[in-house]
Ligand binder design. Structure first.
Ligand code: NAD
Length: 368
């Protein structure tokens, strides 16, 4: 049954990592490595059942394949899940034991931070393997990806404005931004710099106050964000907020934000299409964080990272073209773009590891 499941989802390899002395129970899923090594974050979560953990890692790793493919990166899709409570189950032994499993994969899977994991946990993983990104700057890491993700989201927005209005005058439009956290606040800053009218909401009242006082935004209540009379709805908090209850309330003609998994179901993507609302697919828009860590593989360079964010603009343009070409909603067009790239690149058989920084090519361990 397990082989049937991973066969259907197209996974290449699923690794169950177990070390009872370290309290380690983790699953690493490598979905597709046609474009390059599978890169994807490690998530620590108190999954109720092992089946829940498996389902999550299979779903998330598959998503990474599409995200990397659409972003134009030489990376495949993978993900790791660590079963445990991040508030009480962390230890040096746990992360070092996991680091050894990651190392044993010889670079087919490269890890990074995700929910429940921080830069200190990654330092332990780094003691056992070089196949880690998103570590502290002193180890050649790229630091907080949020400003890059926000700048990338702006590139996606410019492409969407161009598609709908034929111009990119951000300042002429109004925005409803849900969530002013790490990415949302940076994104709002970029919008306000261009003079746009911005409505914000967040469960964190202090963050909202800061957006009002320091950036000149207008605050609205949590549930009112869907009813705001604006041009763009920008989900920058949670997934699933574009659903059959909220869609009829939206006045915006564009949805573009940084949140993952914005559409509650695929049907919602079809519904947006029927209503003439342009959906800028989330994983294409928010690829800035992944692009940023991908540069660590070749030796991190901040200027190069900022330049790479600009490709999000062109990627969105390609998605809109495919949607028109094939008469399909944009969320399907994004998947198709990823699948077409994997098929084409698979034919020319790229070398697996591409060009990599010395850190990723047999660096002597133990000195970091
Ligand atoms: P964050 O936790 O810093 O910010 C999220 C904000 O949303 C917080 O301020 C939180 O209070 C708020 N929030 C939570 N529930 C809310 C609700 N019901 N209504 C309104 N606000 C609510 O996270 P982040 O790093 O800014 O990421 C934001 C989104 O972008 C997430 O979906 C994340 O997965 C996605 N994303 C982030 C990055 C990145 O580089 N940080 C990259 C890709 C995708």
């Amino acid at each position: 049954m397990l082989f049937e499941k991973i066969g259907t989802s197209g996974h290449e390899e699923v690794v169950f990592c177990h070390n009872p002395d370290a309290g380690l129970k983790a699953i690493i899923a490598i979905h597709n490595t046609v474009l390059g090594p599978a890169l994807g974050g490690l998530r620590m979560w108190p999954y109720k059942t092992e089946q829940d953990a498996l389902d999550d890692v299979l779903r998330l790793s598959r998503g990474m394949t599409y995200k990397a493919a659409v972003a134009g990166l030489n990376l495949g899709g993978g993900k790791g899940v660590l079963i445990g409570d991040p508030s009480k189950d962390k230890s040096e032994a746990l992360f070092r034991a996991l680091g050894r499993f990651i190392d044993s994969l010889g670079g087919r899977y490269i890890t990074a931070e995700d929910v429940g994991i921080d830069v200190n946990d990654m330092e332990y993983v780094l003691k056992e393997t070089d196949y880690v990104t998103g570590v502290h700057q002193v180890h050649g890491g790229s630091g907080d990806p949020s400003p890059f993700t926000a700048y990338g989201t702006l590139q996606g927005l410019l492409a969407a404005l161009q598609q709908v209005h034929g111009n990119e005058d951000v300042g002429k439009y109004s925005f409803a931004v849900q969530g002013v956290g790490h990415v949302g606040m940076e994104f709002v800053k970029l919008l306000r710099e261009q003079g746009a009218k911005v409505f914000v909401t967040d469960i964190n009242k202090e963050a909202v106050q800061r957006a009002v006082d320091e950036l000149g935004c207008e605050a609205v209540a949590l549930d009112e964000i869907y009813d705001v009379d604006c041009d763009v709805y920008s989900p920058c908090a949670l997934g699933g907020t574009v659903n059959l209850d909220t869609i009829p309330r939206l006045k915006a003609k564009i949805i573009c934000g940084s949140a993952n998994n914005q559409l509650a179901t695929e049907e919602c993507g079809d519904e947006l299409e029927n209503r003439g609302i342009l959906y800028a697919p989330d994983y294409a828009v928010n690829a800035g964080g992944l692009m940023n860590v991908s540069i660590e593989l070749e030796g991190y360079n901040r200027e190069r990272a900022m330049r790479m964010m600009r490709t999000i603009y062109y990627n969105l343009g390609k998605i809109f073209t495919i949607a028109k070409r094939d008469g399909i909603p944009t969320y399907k067009a994004a998947d198709r773009m990823g699948e077409e790239r994997i098929a084409q690149m698979g034919k020319i058989k790229l070398p697996h590891m591409g060009k990599m920084a010395p850190r990723f090519l047999g660096r002597q361990r133990g000195n970091q």
